[in-house]
Design a protein. Structure first.
Length: 182
């Protein structure tokens, strides 16, 4: 009798573990979609293809690179700690309705719209008092599209008329869609 109960328990655990993992994977995007805000970012795109995953558009967000002026003192004072690490990019809306960088911080801000990003490199830039320029990776840089639609997006991008809608919740962002600018 004990082995029957043990087998049922093992079977139940084997069913529940993948279900819990799938729910955990879907939790953050669903939370961002239902509780977060949607922002608009300017992009420059090009259209590489991925043999295994299909067509995608690589999004070169205007907020992927920032000057030293936007880096917090905390980051500038400990470049070694943050180089290759995670930071929080506080965003503000500009006069055209796009979100741009307000400040790059070492800790998540208590309020405001922000994205978590990885600094892909801090590098020296000329003879400035604070000689660093940061390249930021948000995980939003690839957007998969239907087969054979990448060329049209590439053309629109070359014309400078593509924007990206991003849903944001507590630093987590997801691409909600691409829009052709009118």
């Amino acid at each position: 009798m004990k082995s029957v109960h043990r087998n049922r328990l093992g079977f139940a655990i084997a069913l529940l573990v993948p279900l819990v993992i799938l729910c955990g994977i879907a939790f953050k995007p669903l939370l961002a979609k239902t509780q977060g805000v949607e922002i608009l970012l300017e992009t420059e795109t090009y259209d590489p293809g991925d043999l295994f995953r299909g067509d995608y558009v690589h999004l070169n967000l205007k907020i992927n690179r920032t000057s030293h002026d936007f880096l917090s003192e905390e980051i500038l004072q400990d470049v070694e700690k943050y180089n290759g690490g995670f930071v929080y990019v506080l965003l503000k809306m500009d006069e055209n309705g796009y979100h741009c960088i307000d400040k790059v911080l070492g800790k998540s801000p208590p309020e405001g719209v922000y994205l978590k990003a990885k600094i892909s490199g801090l590098r020296e830039k000329g003879e400035f008092p604070k000689p660093y320029e940061a390249y930021l990776y948000y995980g939003l840089e690839r957007y998969y599209v239907e087969e054979n639609t990448g060329e049209e997006l590439q053309y629109d991008s070359n014309q400078g008329i593509i924007d990206v809608r991003v849903g944001v919740y507590k630093g987590y962002g997801y691409v909600a869609g691409l829009e052709k600018r009118e």
